[in-house]
Design a protein around this ligand. Structure first.
Ligand code: MAN
Length: 502
């Protein structure tokens, strides 16, 4: 009767379980919040219990009897009998923790179990040092929070500096883009000039030898004239743009008569200029069309040259020389401008590449790019340049070994990184004798400065750098004791099948 009431009323069960706990080792290794999962079941007058994975019903006294009955290990939370079990340490005065069951009664005082409750079989005596651990832990937390606060300020500086750099790139990009546009317009003009000059040019050929010499001479004159007109037009455009800026940017409150008269002159000029320009362009186009009529292939030099010996400059008239020089200088100007544009376009491409490169969530790594830090580790001094190369330098003979160039941000959940920017992979370093190319995994934690804390070589020629940098600092978290249980709550719940139970 009393037993069935126990089954019906959960609070009573809990109270009863709590009561037996002191005397009953069946509650050892279980968190108080999970006691209800270990309540006995009455079956045919026997106290029984169902494994948490529901796979088996065992006698209640088989819990923590140092023999593993349940496949999920849930019957041995307080012994090391089941390899997949977890042991709960209360750690009063500090933070409760779960440890893996193999550490129970292994003769070692487990750091995570500061109350010593994991060593209860008398083999080892582990004093309760939780008060002391708690003091140390709080000190450590305070230091960590302090580092984080300073780190956050340092990170803000990195972000501000990165913004200035990126802003500079955008401005430079706009300027270069505008310059390229202007230069393409100039290039078009030069191309037209070149075409005209090339058509009119009769290379090294005395024109008097042709019946149509007069016509060709005229054509050359026209071509030269066209070139001068185009040159003048460019000059006018420059002047117009200067006056346009003067009009817009001058100090309106300062009555400078010279400026005022320049502006009114500009206003008058600009009223008719566009029409005037259109007319000139049309006339030039007409001239070009008509010159094409009389500078046809039959007058071109190629055919004529067959009869005419390669001549010297002396045989050329001064006009011929001028035309030749004009052609050469225009050709050079065209080529120079073309390569200038290519350079500018390359610059633009480089800027676009930088703008689209991954420098972190908010380009926090940009300002640190190529910042180099080093750490003397006795036999070697290790160095790493952010997003650059890592080296190992012998402290004996100063010989330097390349440990690899930055390849990528490589943090993953599996590698324990908060995000990919917390881990940098440097690869393709000098090949290890009979082994792989050297490589570095740099793991970053928040710090006021970028520095290497320690270096290890867990596998031959694979180096681990533990590092600090403000770049990975995040807003400091308020320390919450619950969150610091040594094994993640999720893992405990999973192992205790709480998702199904609750
Ligand atoms: C050097 C160093 C070591 C490395 C060995 C491998 O001594 O680079 O770090 O382990 O070469 O031969």
């Amino acid at each position: 009767m009393v037993k069935s009431t126990l089954l019906l009323s959960l609070p009573c069960v809990l109270a009863a379980v709590t009561l037996v706990r002191g005397a009953n080792p069946s509650m050892r290794g279980i968190s108080p919040e999970h006691y209800d999962l270990y309540a006995p079941l009455l079956q045919n007058g026997e106290s029984t219990w169902k494994c948490l994975d529901k796979s088996k019903t065992i006698h209640y006294s088989a819990i923590n009897d140092d023999y593993c009955d349940c496949p999920d290990g849930s019957d041995e939370p307080g012994t090391s009998a089941c390899p997949n079990s977890l042991f709960y340490c209360e750690n009063k005065d500090h933070i409760p923790a779960y440890i893996k069951s193999f550490a129970v009664n292994d003769g070692v005082c487990d750091q995570s179990c500061c109350d010593g409750s994991d060593e209860f079989n008398g083999l080892t005596s582990c004093p309760n040092i939780c008060k002391q651990v708690s003091i140390e832990f709080k000190k450590y937390q305070a230091e960590l929070n302090n580092i984080q606060s300073v780190g956050i300020l340092a990170k803000q500086k990195l972000l501000d500096a990165a913004e200035v750099i990126a802003e500079g790139w955008l401005q430079e990009k706009a300027v270069i883009q505008q310059e390229i546009d202007f230069k393409y317009a100039d290039l078009d003009n030069l191309k037209r000039e070149l075409e005209i000059l090339e058509k009119a040019q009769i290379k090294h050929t005395p024109i008097e030898k042709f019946d149509n010499a007069k016509t060709i001479k005229q054509a050359r004159k026209i071509a030269l004239l066209q070139r001068h007109i185009l040159g003048l037009q460019d000059d006018i455009d420059v002047l117009v743009s200067i006056l346009h800026d003067l009009k817009n940017d001058h100090n309106h409150n300062y009555h400078d008569m010279a400026v005022k008269s320049a502006i009114s002159g500009y206003d008058e000029f600009i009223e008719t200029y566009e029409d005037y320009k259109t007319t000139i362009e049309k006339d030039l186009a007409d001239i070009e069309d008509s010159s094409e009529d009389f500078i046809t292939d039959e007058y071109e030099v190629d055919e004529a040259e067959a009869d005419v010996p390669e001549n010297s400059e002396d045989e050329l008239s001064s006009e011929d020389v001028a035309a030749k020089e004009a052609l050469e200088s225009t050709r050079k100007a065209y080529d120079d401008l073309n390569s200038d544009i290519s350079n500018q376009e390359q610059k633009l491409e480089n800027i676009n590449e930088e703008l689209s490169k991954d420098y972190g969530h908010n380009r926090e790594w940009l300002t640190l790019k190529d910042v180099c830090v080093e750490k003397n580790e006795g036999e070697y001094t290790y160095s790493l340049c952010i997003l650059g190369t890592a080296y190992q330098k012998s402290n004996k003979d100063s010989s330097r070994t390349n440990l690899g160039r930055f390849e990528k941000f490589a943090g993953t959940v599996e590698s324990g990184a908060k995000d990919r920017y917390h881990e940098h992979l440097h690869s393709h370093g000098t090949r290890c004798w009979n082994g792989p190319e050297r490589s570095v995994r740099a793991f970053f934690e928040c710090g006021a400065e970028t520095e290497i804390l320690e270096v290890s070589e867990p596998e031959k020629c694979e180096y681990h750098f533990r590092m600090r940098s403000p770049a990975v600092c995040e807003t400091p978290h308020i320390p919450s004791e619950d969150k610091d249980v040594k094994l993640a709550e999720g893992e405990v719940e999973e192992r205790l099948h709480l998702h199904e139970e609750l």
